[in-house]
Design a protein around this ligand. Structure first.
Ligand SMILES: [Zn+2]
Ligand SMILES: [Zn+2]
Length: 261
């Protein structure tokens, strides 16, 4: 079942799961503890990998190595923007908060966010970044384990991508939160003005009717390109397309009018 994520009628229909009395997520202490562990582990892995990359770069004068590392780091940042858009689009447009496995943890926060956009600014660091960190460990741990002792240009590119991509994913919800805040630290405001991270003005387009554009929320760099090619609209049409109708002759049943959409 497809779930419309915007509008006041949705808020009424979701009254049973929305807890208006709390600005914080209500989840078990054990899950919060798990998220704290995941955040600590993700940060530790990114620090260790970054240290190894910087040590390798400091010991080489190879322009190729530096170019590979910087280029892969940039690709990782752009890839995170793309992934943020895909995940956001899927969570906004498909399933419900009651969907098994993913509904509670991933779909529900996105749906709540559209009814109460400012509420994210009241969520603390663990609430904002915990879930992402849990998923990131599935990427970071294998990447850290694979990184060899000696890093040539190719391995520097590999390591740089698998630091910048998880780091950008890790920060995506934080960037999103900052885009909704009335006041942010000066350095954050500077990055927003320069377009280095998601800016409030760019993100406002997502929260403006028809609420179906600008899903990327890391830097938002890809939004103009993806909207130009209508990637999400095309993907949605493809995923929602009906299977070919069997003819009455094949079914040996009388024809009936197609269901109204
Ligand atoms: Zn959204
Ligand atoms: Zn938002």
């Amino acid at each position: 079942m497809v779930f419309c994520s915007h509008g006041t009628s949705r808020m009424n229909s979701l009254g049973h799961w929305w807890r208006a009395s709390s600005a914080h997520y209500e989840y078990s202490p054990s899950h919060r503890f798990l998220e704290i562990l995941a955040i600590a582990a993700a940060i530790a892995l990114m620090v260790v990998m970054s240290w190894r990359l910087l040590a390798a770069l400091a010991s080489t004068a190879s322009l190729l190595s530096w170019a590979c590392a910087l280029g892969a780091g940039l690709v990782g940042y752009v890839a995170a923007d793309f992934v943020s858009g895909m995940v956001h689009w899927l969570a906004d447009r498909f399933g419900t908060p009651d969907t098994p496995v993913l509904g509670e943890a991933f779909i529900r926060p996105f749906r709540e966010h559209h009814d109460f956009p400012k509420r994210i600014t009241h969520h603390d660091f663990v609430e904002v970044n915990g879930n992402n960190s849990l998923v990131l460990l599935l990427v970071l741990a294998p990447a850290a384990w694979m990184l060899p002792a000696q890093l040539d240009a190719a391995w520097l590119a590999f390591g740089s991508f698998f630091v910048s991509f998880p780091l950008a994913i890790f920060m995506t919800n934080q960037f999103h939160k900052w885009a909704h805040m009335d006041e942010v630290p000066a350095v954050v405001a500077w990055m927003q003005r320069r377009g280095l991270i998601l800016s409030p003005r760019a993100h406002d387009r997502h929260h403006t009717a028809p609420f179906e554009t600008d899903y990327c929320i890391t830097s938002g760099w890809l939004n103009p390109l993806l909207e130009r090619f209508q990637l999400f609209a095309r993907c949605e049409r493809f995923l929602r397309r009906r299977p070919p109708q069997q003819t009455p002759a094949e079914h040996h049943e009388p024809a009936c009018p197609p269901p109204s959409v």
